[in-house]
Every structure is written in C-alpha cells, then in structure tokens.
Design a protein around this ligand. Structure first.
Ligand SMILES: Cc1cc2nc3c(=O)[nH]c(=O)nc-3n(C[C@H](O)[C@H](O)[C@H](O)COP(=O)(O)OP(=O)(O)OC[C@H]3O[C@@H](n4cnc5c(N)ncnc54)[C@H](O)[C@@H]3O)c2cc1C
Ligand SMILES: NC(=O)c1ccc[n+]([C@@H]2O[C@H](COP(=O)([O-])OP(=O)(O)OC[C@H]3O[C@@H](n4cnc5c(N)ncnc54)[C@H](OP(=O)(O)O)[C@@H]3O)[C@@H](O)[C@H]2O)c1
Length: 281
C-alpha cells in the first residue's frame, strides 16, 4: 500500500516568457532541519493558517516526484496542536521513493502538505483513566512527541509513562532531548513535574534499560523499575505506535492485562496506529 496521490500537472510556460519559480501545490516552507543519525532526521515547516488538528494526528506530506506529480506519504505531526510551526520526525530509507529525496531538504525549500489531519492516537479515542502509557518503537515516537507537549495530556492524567525502544542508543536521542525539554517548557513544565516516567530501552546495544517493550511489560520489569503497579483496565490507558509486528504483539499484551482496543468512534482503553507500512527496507 502506498500513499502517492496523482495531481494535475501545472500548465507549460508560454514560449519566450521567463520561467517563474515553481510553487508546489499546498506548499509549506522548510524552517529548519536536524539530522540525528544516518537514518533519522527531523524538520520544521510553516503551518498553513487553515490547518486545525488534534495532537497525535497525521497528515500527508511529500515532494514532487520525477514525473512532476506529488509523491506523498503519511507523517505524524510531532509538534503539538498549539504550535505555530509543524515538526516532523523522519526515517531515511536509502532507496525510499520519498525519503531518499526528503532527507536532503534545506531551510527555504518547499514541501507539499495536505491539510487533512486524521488518526486514532488522540485523547478522544480513550475512556477517562488515571495513567497513560505511550508505547513506541523507532519513529513511532512522533505522535507522542506531539501529545507530550499537549496540556490536555497532563490535565487528564495523573501519570504518563513513555516507553520508547530502538535498536541503538543514538536512535533514542530525539526522544531524550524532547523529554528533557518538557520540564523547562513554560506552558506545561509545572504540570509535567512528578507525573512523567520515561523508560527508553535498546535491544541491540547496551544501555541502562534494555529489552523489547513487550518483554518488559510481560515480565513486569518496567513496573518494578519505575515502582508502578501493574496495568489495570480501570486505571490504565495506552497509545501504541510502531511496526505492524510490534503493534500486533503489544495489542496482545495489553489485552492480557484486560484492556480493550478503541477508536475515534468507540473510545476504549487503548488505541494503535502504524508507524510505517511494510516490514523491511
Ligand atoms: C499513519 C502513518 C504515520 C506515519 N508517520 C511517520 C512519521 O512520523 N515518520 C516517518 O519517518 N515515517 C512515518 N510513516 C511512514 C511514511 O509514510 C513513509 O513510509 C516513510 O516516509 C518512507 O517513505 P519512502 O517513500 O521513502 O519509502 P516507502 O516506500 O514508504 O517505505 C519503504 C520501506 O521502508 C520501511 N519504512 C518506512 N517508513 C519507516 C519508518 N518510519 N521506520 C522504519 N522503517 C520504515 C518499510 O519497511 C517500508 O516498506 C508513517 C506511516 C503511516 C502509515
Ligand atoms: N535500526 C537500524 O539500525 C537499521 C539499520 C539499517 C536498516 N534497518 C532496517 O530498517 C527497518 C526498520 O528498522 P527499525 O530499527 O527502525 O525498526 P524495527 O525493526 O521495528 O525495530 C525497532 C525496535 O522495535 C523492536 N521490535 C521490533 N519488532 C518488535 C515486536 N514484534 N515486539 C516488540 N518489539 C519489537 C526492535 O527490537 P529487536 O532489535 O529485538 O528486533 C527494536 O528495538 C528494518 O527492516 C531494518 O532491517 C534498521
């Protein structure tokens, strides 16, 4: 399944006229770019005035392909709904149709952004609870970066636990910086203190805490390490974002604790969204 969407091609320049700078459809301007590893980067773009979204949702973004048609992919908005700019956190797939080009964007460049946000990782899709778990692998942390900066998260829950797992330590750095910046945030800094539990783990390089999220939940290790009670469907709510295999396995673990999967149309105790489609690069 791909997300490329065909659009009408712009009319040809009349003969003899100077070519104007090509403007992309639904263009937004790149404001900054940060490369975290050889496989990961983040960037900020201008926000269309018309764009309203709920923290945790995703939009379609992209560039013009070689055939002159927009080449679009789903991307979680990593910045919160109140921010004047939009942030995205991206993989670099070496031969990926979009990211082999997108990884080279520079400030001042334009990208395409379709202003139609959707997604299930939103507060409205969960029943009220007292603890909220964000469970992510790799770039699946992006929607939770948005939700961690969202005041509603801290107003609704007494405790928020972010479990983020990657193969290597360097891949955790985007999340580490985000978490440490939350405490100094003028909007939510005071709300975060004492409520946030951050549990980053690696699976293929030694680090303070290791292991897959599924294993750390089923063994009870994360509850022991953070001095928290095990999950309980009365109290706990969860949002999940990772590969198809990860989502599938975490769903089984959460169901084992008695939680049920919900959706926008039917709020329950947890919600799931794919961080990407496909299994291998
Ligand atoms: C709902 C949704 C939200 C998404 N949000 C993000 C996001 O915030 N950031 C992001 O980087 N990607 C995100 N993606 C994936 C994104 O849509 C593209 O797949 C990705 O940008 C690569 O595009 P591509 O054209 O270069 O390669 P594609 O042809 O799209 O992908 C090629 C292969 O690369 C692998 N791959 C793709 N994306 C990832 C990834 N993020 N992590 C690990 N492996 C991957 C898969 O094996 C895939 O088959 C999301 C996907 C969905 C469905
Ligand atoms: N990350 C890299 O350095 C790297 C480099 C080159 C290419 N790639 C390719 O890029 C693709 C995506 O790699 P990625 O590292 O972003 O994502 P990934 O393979 O989904 O792994 C991300 C994290 O999720 C864990 N995980 C995977 N499946 C899980 C499951 N079913 N249940 C619980 N935890 C699970 C992994 O643990 P495990 O380590 O135990 O699997 C890893 O810690 C892969 O096809 C990979 O071959 C990755």
């Amino acid at each position: 399944m791909t997300y490329a969407v065909a659009m009408p091609v712009a009319p040809q320049q009349p003969a003899g006229e100077k070519p104007a700078k090509a403007h992309l459809p639904d263009a937004q301007t790149v404001l900054s770019v940060h490369h975290w590893t050889e496989r990961l980067f983040s960037f900020r773009v201008t926000r269309p005035k018309s764009l309203r979204f709920r923290s945790g949702e995703f939009v379609m973004i992209g560039l013009l392909g070689d055939n002159g048609k927009p080449l679009l992919r789903a991307y979680s908005i990593a910045s919160p709904a109140w921010d004047d700019e939009l942030e995205f956190y991206s993989i670099k797939v070496p031969d990926g149709p979009l990211t082999s080009k997108l990884q080279h964007i520079q400030p001042g460049d334009e990208i395409i952004l379709r202003p139609k946000p959707v997604g299930t990782l939103v507060h409205d899709a969960l029943l009220p609870g007292s603890r909220l778990w964000f469970l992510a692998t790799g770039t699946g942390i992006a929607p939770f970066a948005s939700l961690l900066c969202e005041p509603e998260t801290w107003e609704k829950y007494g405790q928020v636990i972010l479990m983020h797992t990657c193969r290597e330590q360097a891949e955790l750095e985007y999340g580490r910086r985000l978490v440490s910046s939350l405490h100094d945030d003028p909007l939510i800094g005071d709300m975060v203190d004492g409520k946030l539990h951050y549990y980053p783990t690696t699976t293929r390089e030694p680090s303070e805490h290791m292991g897959r999220i599924t294993d750390n939940l089923t063994s009870g290790k994360v509850f022991a390490d953070l001095d928290l009670a095990p999950m309980d469907p009365e109290e706990d709510r969860a949002m999940v974002c990772g590969s198809l295999a990860f989502n599938h396995d975490v769903k089984k673990v959460l169901e084992g604790f008695g939680l049920h999967e919900g959706a926008n149309s039917e709020p329950q105790e947890f919600v799931v969204e794919k961080a990407f489609v496909g299994d291998g690069i």
